[in-house]
Design a protein. Sequence first.
Length: 388
Amino acid sequence: MLYKKRLMVPGPTPVPHQVAQAGAKPMIDERTPEFGELFARVGTNIKKILHTRNDVLVFTSSITGACEGTVQNLFNPGDKVLVINNGFFAQRWVEMCKAYRLAVIECDFGFAGEIDFAQVARVLEQDREIVAAICVLCETSTGMVNDIERFAKVAQNVISIVDAASGVAVTEIRADQWGIDVVVSGGQKALMTPPGISFVSVSDKAWERNARAGSPRFYFDWQKAKRYSQDKYPHTPWTPAISLLYQLDAALEMLLAEGLEKVYRRHEVLGRATREGLKAAGLQLLLEKEPRFASAVTAAYLPSGLHADEFVETLAADYGIQITDGPGLYKDKLIRVGHCGYIDPFEIQAALSAIELLLIAYGCRLQPGEAAKAAQKIVAEAVADQVC
Ligand SMILES: *Cc1c(COP(=O)(O)O)cnc(C)c1O
């Protein structure tokens, strides 16, 4: 049998033809009106996606680069920051902050644990030395979406920082209305662009703190980035990934032409279809209830006796479907199916069918077709309701 390769991980994600082609444009100098126009438009369109009028700074790096830059640009060694930890990516913030000698206070709710915001509020109230709080919007390691609006409210007296990597253009984020000081994200999740572009939005309050922050920085220096972006022809302090910016530009145009509300609803349908399909294939989801299901990625346990890392590898080798396994200690136990960005409902059905076939090959007693059928039901309802 011939099987097409299908990429279904929560980043990097498949790239639409228009976006791929945009990367083949001839190279230009970044100190020209032509580049300035491109760079300014990308910045403006990112602001639309984040619903913000704050400054947006764009960098050449994976998203972790912009996260590290955020730590460099906001703090002095010894500053106290609170990290809300309920997954692998939050843990990465803990480690990053410690690497810069910050005093990290953790509100640790465990892997895939629900955040208790009353507890977070208490911690912030009792320790007035805390200068910032960090929360992940979509915890890609678990498939949980955190209540960022609530977070921003609780953290209103400190600098609020949101890692929105796999949340942007999947789920609503209203940076200004909710009062989020810094949003960090990048191109290779739902923004359908090859990896290598990251960005942050920076509020006035965050700029005030930046003026007093003394941690070493160079490549990700916000003030330098801002100054260059305000030149007659907006550009960057260092050579930018020009091809990737062409691609991000094309992807942002596609998403805005579709309309953000539709983009969110489309992802919701894909998330629901994936969950119902995995359950119909006899798998137990990592998360048990609404409304914390992320629309970017779904995690499920494999039946005991099966190894997730081996399952993932075999699924790719035998059926061409690339999903991923769990993070850290869950590598062996969890599979994760990505459904953000340029993914359609029929690809979800293809992935579910392949997962089902492989489970059958491993001896699970399943009726072929049930997983795709469960997903099809969700899609049919959405089509009937003209959701997508
Ligand atoms: C993907 C992702 C990142 C950044 O990962 P990079 O590999 O550096 O691009 C950070 N946080 C979350 C929640 C993510 O999903």
